[in-house]
Design a protein around this ligand. Structure first.
Ligand code: MF3
Ligand code: CO
Ligand code: CO
Length: 283
């Protein structure tokens, strides 16, 4: 447990200095601030998180040549499991809150948390594969879109614009910027194409735990939310729907689909705030 410096932005995300916000009440309660322990990482922790993120990236890289029409999502699940374990890691998804598989595979109208099964991929599908690795106790979380065979131009455009949304969000990451700057950049771009930003899932602090307390919405207003400080590590993972942003959860309790049946795309990186900008840890 580490204590927040008095002049650091408060852990609660108010944007005020800690000493002007929760410091007194934390002292009264004789405890360290709840989220300070995971908000700003030490150099040693960053090294471990970076290594885990690089394994996640490598696993996604190695899927590029293997994913094709006819492959089942269960096969992808097995590849990710075996690749992770072969490199000394463990898939963070497996057993997480009862999740039954090692990876999430979300096809077409599935937004997130699609569970691998015997479904074969078909020509024209768009697929998100989301891999989170635990290596040496540290987490690395990233997802990409894979195009299966000949994909219709509208679907390809959604995938490409969603990737641009992630990159525009990443471009807002630097000390002094607000969390709302990230979401604003993403929302502006997505909506300029008539797309919508999913509200029910957000990016998150990660590194020491899978999902840390920090939340990174993919929509918002500039200058709102907490202020970014060096060595925060978190994900940005915009989910962009071709239609409306409402979601529906299927009876398996996990699979989130678009309520209107429209296509959905997502790209995700784990990033670190540096002294003057951003390091994309899963790139
Ligand atoms: N990797 C997902 C994320 O980006 C979380 C998957 S949790 C699981 O936050 F249980 F569905 F695997
Ligand atoms: Co994530
Ligand atoms: Co993820």
């Amino acid at each position: 447990m580490q204590r927040l410096p008095r002049n650091a932005p408060c852990w609660c995300g108010s944007g005020k200095k800690y000493k002007q916000c929760h410091l007194q009440s934390d002292l009264r309660q004789q405890r360290a601030p709840a989220r300070a322990a995971t908000l700003v990482k030490t150099p040693e922790q960053i090294e471990g998180i970076r290594a885990s993120c690089q394994l996640t990236r490598d696993i996604l890289d190695r899927l590029e040549g293997r994913i094709a029409a006819g492959v089942t999502t269960n096969e992808i699940d097995r590849w990710v499991y075996e690749d992770t374990v072969a490199h000394g890691g463990r898939p963070a998804d497996l057993g997480y809150r009862g999740y039954p598989k090692s990876v999430c595979t979300s096809i077409n109208n599935v937004i997130v948390h699609g569970i691998p099964d015997e479904t074969p991929l078909r020509d024209g599908d768009i697929l998100n594969v989301d891999v989170t690795t635990v290596l040496g106790g540290y987490y690395g979380d990233s997802s990409r879109m894979y195009l299966i065979g000949e994909v219709a131009p509208e679907a390809r455009r959604l995938v490409e614009v969603t990737r641009q949304c992630l990159n525009l969000g990443i471009a807002q990451v630097k000390p002094g910027n607000a969390i709302g700057d990230i979401g604003h950049a993403i929302q502006q771009h997505a909506e300029s194409y008539g797309y919508s930003v999913v509200r029910d899932f957000v990016g998150h602090g990660t590194g020491l735990e899978f999902h840390e307390g920090l939340q990174i919405p993919h929509y918002g207003r500039p200058g709102t939310g907490g202020v970014l400080v060096p060595n925060m590590t978190f994900t940005i993972e915009p989910m962009i729907n071709a239609g409306r942003y409402e979601i529906k959860i299927l009876d398996d309790g996990w699979t989130a689909v678009t309520a209107d049946g429209s296509l959905s795309a997502q790209w995700e990186h784990t990033v670190r705030v540096t002294e003057d900008g951003v390091e994309v840890l899963t790139a």
